[in-house]
Design a binder for this molecule. Sequence first.
Ligand SMILES: [Zn+2]
Length: 460
Amino acid sequence: MTDTPTLKIEGVRYIVTMDPERRIVADGSVVITGNCISQVGKSAELASTLADQTIDGSGMVLTPGFVNGHMHISYAHAVRGLFPDDLGAEYLPNVFRLQQAMSADDEYATSMLAIVELLKYGTTTFIDPGTTSHLEHCMTAYDQAGCRIVIGRNVQDRPNPLNLPVYGTDEAIRETEDVVALAASRSSELVTAWSMPFSAEFCTPELLEACDRIASDHATRSTLHFTNGPRWIEECRRTHGCTPTEYLDRHGVLNSRMTLAHSLGIGADEAHLIADRGAAVVMCPTAAVKGGAGTSSHGLLPELLEFGATVGLGTDAGNNSNLLETLRSVYLAAVLYKDGRRDVGMIPAETALELGTIGGAAALGMGDLIGSIEPGKVADLVLFDTRRAEWGALHNPINSLVYNADGRSVHTVIVDGKVVVADHRPLFVDEAALVDEVQGRGEALLKRTSVAFAPRWPVA
Ligand SMILES: [Zn+2]
């Protein structure tokens, strides 16, 4: 007998394994030993395997935890829904002005609320791409929730119109080293840190190269915003005589350690180059469509996949995706290109689901750890309750998951072998009290910054 605790999920209606054969096990069971999946099979085969704790999976669809590769968790929630749709160039400067006025306790509460939302709707691993200022303070929120998170420090050393602080290059390098070292010094394997230069547009080549070197030295990765608006595309062309993707390549940072967020404004030759260099891409369709980025007509997700790039999905922040639900990005990935290209063969439901799970895991360099339900992988699992209206009738769990389900049917969530959401409720925090707290903090933040955007309709 071993002292390692065991957990069994028994009699699951369908297990969507996402294993190399993409097996779907009907009436299956999964056994977890410690933090790892130890057995996956038919319920009858595993009937004699007993565990310390058993979860009834009848009427449930079990999937790997979803992976969200671009999700600012700390700054948006206190003011979510504030901004009108058409702020345009005024949008991000307002966002970052508010962000920089947040206290450590504000960030703790908003991070916790974002984590609740992510976990409740089935996202177990996510990247917070560098905009959390008070990382040490927020570390206790990550630990309390038990989520799997990648953190970092957004750094930039060029003037920018976004109200992002401009660091000296040396200072930016030191900040990056400090955050990577901070995560490495802790015992938890759930929190890791990457280099996070904000974007090639607002960072000097020296900083981009140093961030890549830090990632290499610490065997970790880098991510940056690769949104490529007309101004940056033109600057690359005029000043450097190349495309934004060639610019990254020229400085040696387009490599297998890099995860490019968004990847908008690129051409097919750039998609090819990204795939050739082994850089990963995280597309954020929820933010792209709301921002009018033209992703359905000009986005190159089908080409990136065709050329063999590693692609995952994100949502971006609570201001521009609003709902932090990776499944919504999965749905959009499955439908946008069908419409934009007038071709129902574009991004099948199965491919979209891969992007949100095993593809997302690979895009984070975690393909051997998470993203599928297989013995040896860590137990990051989601149980969807199919005894709800939107799940009936159920004949093809992939189609139902991608097209008619959403995070509201997530019943139980397990991260690293530990149950963190049960019966739709987070076990690590009082959700209602937290929502009230963030409301109060949001109102206070708006008052002290004098940022105000009234609803267009009168509030009586
Ligand atoms: Zn972002």
